[in-house]
Design a protein around this ligand. Structure first.
Ligand code: ADP
Length: 363
């Protein structure tokens, strides 16, 4: 059977295990020899025990677990050609020419580069007598399928990334818990949520929790935000509300691009309204815990689709990323999505928020 390997890379997220499980089982079902690569690209470069053949039962009882059981890492070696040469040698020696990479845009970019270089890497390995002529010929094509695992939902081309829904559940649970204590003491709570440069988690968490205010990177606050915020909070209290909830995305900024932090918002509320105000930074709690049903199913569907894409690939097939479009798992050109994702980051850096939002929307 064809050699196929799956690995997780970059930041972890809930639902990655469901994807790993699905890749392994679909691969075995279709007659592949399936391998785990542990610790992301580092395991691919280091080889040895890091690359292990998987069987049907090695992915039993993992679908409900958060994080990634095969480990994830950031890897400097893979950024260098030397590292990628070692990685190629480790794959060829095991007959692996199909890769499912589960990670963010950095990990997908690395995979694409690897594929572009593959032919040259094999030539070099042949020259150095690391592989045989037969191996050079037999394994001349490398096929790549990507899945996006990230709680941030910051990748262009997919409606949801694997992990976002679970993180949202965790955030909502935390807000609900905070609301009950805030109510007792008539407090104002400022909750900082993750998302890097993407305000998705903050925005939908605010909607789902009846927050009074949300600060997100894509919609920087106008100069008079302090007055507007204070007016709104006061109004809510006057109308009988015993608490206020304010959600701050970790990447929130004002129109000059200066960060709007939970500390800053607290100072504004305390100085102007003298409300009893507390900050809760949710941090890595959002990335932990068991995956939601949605993320489990998403991981399953995407993993299966990725394996099918690899099995149908011809030498000309470009790397794809499996995305959710509406309720359909679809294959999109990997590098086009990565380029769009990077263009969003650039537009945000250029303070062109309208363009950023437009680029992030559906194509
Ligand atoms: P994410 O995949 O979550 O965006 P990173 O950007 O940290 O996370 O990328 C994860 C790993 O992918 C890096 O540590 C590196 O090993 C690999 N990688 C990222 N970008 C590249 C690149 N341009 N070339 C080669 N490898 C890369």
């Amino acid at each position: 059977g064809k050699g196929l390997a799956v690995f997780t890379s970059g930041g972890d997220s809930q639902g990655m295990n469901a994807a790993v499980r699905s890749v392994v089982r679909m691969g075995i079902y279709l007659g592949c020899k399936v391998y785990f690569i542990r610790e992301g690209y580092q395991g691919m470069v280091d080889g040895g025990d890091n690359i292990e053949e998987a069987n049907w039962s090695s992915v039993s009882s993992i679908i409900h677990k958060g994080g990634t059981i095969i480990g994830s890492a950031r890897c400097m070696d893979f950024m260098q050609k030397e590292g990628r040469l070692k990685a190629a040698n480790n794959l060829v020696s095991r007959g692996i020419t199909n890769l499912v990479v589960i990670g963010g845009d950095g990990s997908l970019t690395g995979a694409n580069l690897f594929r572009q270089e593959w032919s040259n890497l094999l030539d070099e390995l042949l020259e150095n007598n690391k592989i045989t002529k037969d191996q050079r010929e037999k394994y001349k094509y490398l096929h790549i399928a990507g899945l996006v695992g990230s709680i941030d939902n910051d990748f262009c081309g997919t409606d949801m990334t694997i992990g976002t829904d679970s993180a949202l559940h965790r955030i909502i649970e935390a807000i609900d818990a905070i609301v009950s204590t805030a109510y007792s003491h008539q407090r104002t709570f400022i909750m900082e949520v993750m998302g890097r440069h993407c305000g998705y988690l903050a925005l939908v968490a605010a909607l789902a929790s009846e927050a009074d205010q949300v600060f997100i990177p894509e919609d920087p606050v106008p100069n008079n935000w302090v007055e507007k915020l204070c007016k709104r909070l006061q109004q809510e209290r006057k109308s009988g509300q015993r608490l206020n909830i304010i959600i701050v995305a970790e990447g929130a900024i004002d129109r000059e691009g200066k960060p709007i932090t939970a500390e800053l918002v607290k100072k504004v509320v305390v100085d102007n309204l003298q409300q009893d105000t507390r900050i809760t930074v949710l941090g890595h709690v959002q990335r932990g815990g068991s995956p939601s049903a949605f993320d489990r199913i998403l991981g399953c569907r995407m993993g299966a689709e990725a394996v099918m894409a690899l099995m149908e690939a011809t030498p000309e097939t470009e790397p794809c990323v499996v995305s959710l479009d509406g309720n359909q798992a679809v294959r999109l050109p990997l590098m086009e999505c990565v380029r769009r994702t990077k263009a969003v980051a650039q537009a945000m850096a250029d303070k062109n928020w309208e363009l950023a939002v437009q680029l992030r929307g559906r194509s």
